[in-house]
Design a protein around this ligand. Structure first.
Ligand SMILES: [Zn+2]
Length: 397
């Protein structure tokens, strides 16, 4: 029996990941970024909100709409405080903990169901005391500086993730595009100087942006056309372009799940793990490989009594927040349900493929049964053969 039967697939099956973060709750983020994001369904980003300059209050409707469209809303403190200079514990609590609640309730009034799980420190001022207050209400924090890349197998300081900073004077669009190539491991990195950071595979790049406007006088802002070009390059490079908290939760969860050990049961084994911080997102889906060799071909994978169906490559998408999974032999209760043979019989078909209702290919079948280890539900079977028109049938198990 494998000690650690679960292995998470890096970066959700993508070559690498990138999280674009936008600080300070500017109106120009809503005005100029929303139309770009609406055109790019594979790109979701993070907005770190603050009440500095009335940013949250004035732009709440816009950020609620961005949240509803699948973007993350994070915390950038109530007053954009110099946290290392905050004197009292209660003030620190107000800036960090209570303000996360303020963001949630403000956006809830506008119909956006937001759970704040990430913070970004203003001015990147941080220390151990601040980290402990952040960790009491958030599972991850973004600081700034350095190249902003995180490697799959190196566990970062979750209360101090680094980010590559955009300013007009400090970076060029070409440099940002090249950073996306590095995250996607595109290029030859063998000749790097030994004192440079060595690039050995796809990584997770975190980018810090502020305003989005073509006002060249705003050094921190980026032109809308430039950020669009950068987003499109991330998609071209097949990077997982997802919010900071989404990629961060996946990354953090993998260190836990991949180290979790199995316990034998009567008909298989269970794997249990602990949640490392209770303020992780409500759901953290993980794409994993599970070693079921000891159980055999018809191994059933379950979470909370519900069978999971394998993806077409044999991997599973498990729920990290469920804190356990079970692998067991299929039993007589996992009956195989058959389609009437007449549906496909004597028609010359030679290949039958099973799909779930979301169109995911689950594997092949003999044409009239669904394997016992597949969960109950509705399936589509596609029958085909050379020279014949492919046909499909619905099968309910
Ligand atoms: Zn800021």
């Amino acid at each position: 029996m494998a000690e650690t039967p679960i292995k998470t697939i890096p970066w959700n099956g993508y070559v690498g990941a990138v999280s674009f973060t936008f600080d300070d709750a500017y109106a120009n983020q809503v005005e100029n970024l929303k139309p770009i994001l609406d055109d790019l369904p594979d790109v979701h980003v993070t907005f770190f909100l603050t009440s500095m300059g009335n940013g949250l209050t004035q732009n709440a409707a816009g950020f609620a709409a961005l949240a509803k469209a699948g973007n993350e809303i994070g915390n950038h403190t109530r007053t954009h405080a110099h946290l290392t200079g905050v004197g009292s514990d209660s003030e620190l609590e107000d800036e960090i903990v209570k303000y996360a609640n303020t963001i949630e309730s403000t956006l809830a009034e506008l119909g956006a169901d937001v759970k704040v799980t990430s913070l970004a420190t203003p001015f990147c001022e941080n220390n151990d005391k601040i980290k402990s207050v952040i960790a009491s209400r958030h599972f991850i924090n973004r600081d700034c500086g350095w190249h902003g890349r995180n490697e799959w197998d190196v566990e970062p300081d979750w209360m101090s993730l680094q980010a590559k900073i955009w300013t007009r004077s400090g970076a060029t669009v070409t440099e940002m595009l090249s950073a996306l190539d590095t995250a996607a491991f595109i290029g030859n990195f063998e000749g790097a100087n030994p004192w440079d950071v060595q690039v050995k595979g796809g990584s997770w790049l975190v980018v810090l942006n502020h305003g989005v406007t073509d006002d060249a006088g705003d050094d921190y802002a980026i032109d809308p056309s430039d950020i669009k070009k950068i987003f499109e390059h991330a998609v071209e490079n097949k990077l997982w372009t997802a919010p900071f908290g989404t990629v961060g939760a996946y990354h953090r969860a993998h260190f836990v799940v991949d180290a979790a050990t199995s316990t034998l049961t009567d008909d298989g084994f269970t794997v249990k793990w602990e949640i490392p911080n209770e303020h992780m997102p409500k759901s953290v889906p993980l794409r994993v490989k599970i070693d079921t060799k000891s159980i055999g071909e018809n191994a059933v994978v379950e979470q909370g009594g519900k069978k999971l169906s394998p993806e077409s490559d044999g991997s599973y998408i498990i729920e990290f927040m469920a804190k356990e999974l079970k692998v067991r032999k299929s039993s007589s209760n996992d009956e195989t349900i058959a389609l009437p043979k007449s549906a496909f019989a004597n028609q010359g078909y030679s290949k039958y493929t099973v799909f779930d209702m979301n169109g995911n290919c689950l594997g092949e079948t003999n044409g009239w049964t669904i394997p016992a280890n597949y969960p109950k539900g509705t399936y589509i079977i596609r029958a085909e053969a050379a020279g014949l028109k492919a046909t499909t049938r619905k099968l309910i198990k």
